[in-house]
Design a protein around this ligand. Structure first.
Ligand code: PMT
Length: 221
């Protein structure tokens, strides 16, 4: 089955985890494998979109046909996304971006000392919130990785970050969220009813998200 319902649309998707350096040999990261974001990129290419995939380091091969941009830190992801934002029609933020990074990045490898180590962390920039603040014609899709109060947090995120859609996954459930090949999501839109999907492959979820994007944009037009 080939649907070309995204033909000519420019879609940027972020995927994977960021790496926040401590020193030349150490970094903070998270468990995102990139699978969710790469599935969205692949599905969007199949539906005719021009796709930019901005990704942290993963074990995956970028899908054929995407423009691939690899980044390490949250700040690099911010720069890569903002630089391309104006020309995009749809942006999907499935990456798991660090909220904090070490305040000091040591130039040399930190030496082990006796006793505990206390490290100060500072906030990174919130890319989704910045995209919301700068939004013009773009359709903005955020993710919400929650472990409790999923609906309340998802709707709150949609409001605060001026997103048009939030895909919420309860990352504490088995078969959902980080690392695995399946996900269990609920799709929230501004005026639409919440769409709760059963456990599906990330490939199928990707198509359902894109179906919802196409439907919501039709409604807006
Ligand atoms: O990569 P996989 O292993 O397949 O796992 C998929 C996933 C669990 C990572 C994915 O489905 C997911 O939930 N991605 C969002 C993870 C996340 O960081 O959620 P959050 O609730 O902390 O952030 C909310 C939104 O703000 C996200 O769209 C995030 O990309 C964005 N954000 C967060 C922090 C930041 N500094 N900038 C951001 O843009």
């Amino acid at each position: 089955e080939t649907r070309c319902d995204l033909a000519g649309q420019k879609l940027l998707v972020t995927a994977g985890a960021t790496r926040e350096s401590v020193d030349p040999v150490r970094f903070f990261t998270n468990h995102s494998s990139g699978k969710m974001g790469y599935a969205i990129a692949e599905a969007a290419v199949k539906r005719g979109a021009d796709v930019v995939l901005v990704s942290g380091r993963t074990n995956l091969n970028p899908p054929a046909g995407v423009e691939f941009v690899q980044i390490d830190s949250a700040e690099e992801m911010y720069q890569a996304v903002i630089a391309r934002y104006d020309e995009m029609d749809i942006v999907v933020k499935s990456a798991a971006v660090a909220d904090y990074r070490p305040k000091v990045v040591h130039t040399n490898k930190m030496k082990k000392k006796s006793g505990d180590l206390v490290m100060e962390l500072e906030r990174t920039r919130d890319i989704l919130a910045e995209l919301g603040a700068r939004k013009m014609h773009q359709f903005l899709v955020g993710f919400a990785a929650e472990t409790e109060n999923v609906e309340e947090n998802a709707r709150g995120k949609m409001e605060r970050k001026r997103a048009d859609m939030i895909v919420a996954n309860n990352v504490a459930e088995a078969g959902a969220g980080f690392g695995v090949d399946t996900n269990i999501v609920t799709i929230y839109t501004r005026d639409g009813e919440a769409q709760q999907l059963p456990q599906m492959s990330k490939a199928d979820i990707a198509d359902r998200i894109l179906d919802a994007v196409v439907a919501a944009r039709k409604q807006e037009a």
